[in-house]
Each structure stands twice: as C-alpha cells, then as structure tokens.
Write a protein that binds this ligand. Structure first.
Ligand code: AMP
Length: 257
C-alpha cells in the first residue's frame, strides 16, 4: 500500500433522511417513502469522508461510489461525487425491488463490483439507518474472503497495513489488517464535510455508470419475508418523586431493587 495508492469502493445507500419522522403504512407492510426526504445514509457520509481523507494523504488515488437502488439513487451518488468521489456506479433496481432488497443481495453486488473495479479497500457504513441491519460489510468480507475491520473509529496506515481502532462493547480494540480489506465506518471515525457549491457543480460532470444486478449475475430475490411493520408502543408518562427515599421505596415496590 505504501508503494501503490489504493482504489477505494464506498457503499452509498439512499435512505429516508435521519430527521424525518417515520410513518408506518396503514396496511403495516412497511413505512411511507413517497414524498419523503431521502439522503445519503449518514454512516456512508462518514465512510466517504474517510476515503477522501485517504486520497488527500495520497494513500488512495481513486474513489468509486456505488449505490444499489432506483433512479433517485443517482442524486445520492451526485452528493457523494460532490463530497469528493471520483466516479460512481448506479446499480439500477425498480422501486419494488428496492423495497425488498436485503443485505445479502447488496453484499453480493458490492463484492462483484469490488472485484471488477480491482478495489483495494471497501468502506461501508456500519449500518443503514432505515433497516439497521449492520450486515452488509461483514457479508462482503465473507464473500470476498478479505479481512474485515468493522465499527472503525480510527484508521491509520502502518507500513503496508491498515491499523483500525474499533468500537466494541467493552471500549476500543485496535487491529491490523492487510489489504484488500473491508472497513465499516462508525460514528466517531470523522466529521463528514459539506459539499461546496463549486464541487456540486463539478460533480455533475463526473462519470456515472449504470448497471443492473444481472450484470453481476446476482439474484436479488428476497430470502427474508417482512410479516408486519408497526409503530413502537407509545411511552407512558413518568412521575416525579420528592426525594431519594421515595425513589428507593418506589423502586423496591416495583421489584427493581
Ligand atoms: P446494512 O447492512 O443494510 O445496515 O448496511 C450497511 C452498509 O452497507 C451501508 O451503510 C452502506 O454503506 C452499504 N449498503 C447497504 N445497502 C446499500 C445499497 N442499496 N447501496 C449501496 N450500499 C449499500
């Protein structure tokens, strides 16, 4: 890696914007997406930012953004290009196919793209904030048989390897992985930049290829069936206690102590 700058593939999922209040469809088959603001998945912004910083440090020389989904994903990819990706690949799906798209199918597509693109590194978000699956990165690593460093909060290059600090339940863990590898970006990895107006303009001219899952021989039919989607139970109002003694009595009565 020290000798050769990397080619980085970054997963860019189009998701309902994090600030939107999610509404469940009346028939419980999913959530309302029509007329709802969508954005680049926040963890993918972090993944993209990390790739751009690697390019700025000359550790990487080419960043390819890839999104699997309907035509509107091209807007998402333009955002990624405006941030600093060099080129984009839109793997085109119908709206209906996107609704039932699952991490295994995305992982199969992304691993084929990684092979075709001769990527040295794949960076994905730790999870997409719509389905919160947290599976795609791990599955890409398994399919490619590449090392994986998930939940990354710091990535540095040491000789010809990547040293990755990971956020784990007990705190932090640091591992070293050889490339090619898969990294998934956690919240503290960096603070993504905003695209500037000149860069938004420049992004319009950057190359974007369109492909389909069949170009990669990937069957995207769902393996999991969604039985029902429902709102979480509404939270009951809390109550105030006068002092610590009353709190302890209440907790004891409730069996919590
Ligand atoms: P998930 O396993 O669904 O939580 O997604 C983890 C990461 O995989 C996301 O943050 C993206 O980087 C990537 N990913 C998932 N779905 C897609 C998609 N449709 N297109 C591109 N990248 C995706």
């Amino acid at each position: 890696m020290a000798s050769k700058p990397m080619r980085i593939l970054v997963g860019c999922k189009r998701v309902i914007d994090y600030a939107v209040k999610i509404r469940v469809k009346p028939d419980g088959s999913g959530v309302v997406t029509d007329g709802v603001k969508h954005s680049l998945n926040p963890f993918d912004e972090i993944a993209m930012e990390e790739a751009i910083r690697m390019k700025e440090k000359k550790i990487a020389n080419q960043i390819v953004a890839v999104s699997c989904g309907p035509d509107k994903c091209q807007e998402t990819l333009r955002t990624a290009l405006a941030m600093g990706a060099d080129e984009a690949i839109h793997v085109k799906l119908s709206d209906a196919e996107y609704e039932t798209l699952q991490p295994l199918a995305v992982a199969k597509i992304l691993s084929e793209v990684a092979k075709q693109q001769k990527a040295d590194l794949v960076i994905v978000g730790k999870q997409a904030i719509d389905d919160d699956s947290n599976q795609t990165g791990q599955m890409i690593a398994a399919l490619l048989d590449w090392p994986q460093a998930t939940f990354a909060s710091e990535v540095t290059v040491v000789e010809d390897k990547l040293r990755v600090t990971r956020e784990i339940d007990g705190g932090l863990e640091t591992i070293t992985v050889a490339t090619p590898a898969v990294i998934s970006a956690d919240l503290r990895l960096n603070e993504p930049r905003y695209a500037t107006l000149p860069n938004i303009m420049k992004a319009k001219k950057k190359p974007m290829a369109t492909t389909t899952p069949s170009d990669y021989n990937v069957d995207i039919s769902p393996r999991l069936k969604v039985l029902a989607v429902s709102d979480p139970p509404t939270r009951e109002a809390g109550s105030k206690v006068a002092d610590v003694d009353e709190l302890i009595t209440k907790l004891k009565d409730a069996g919590s102590l």
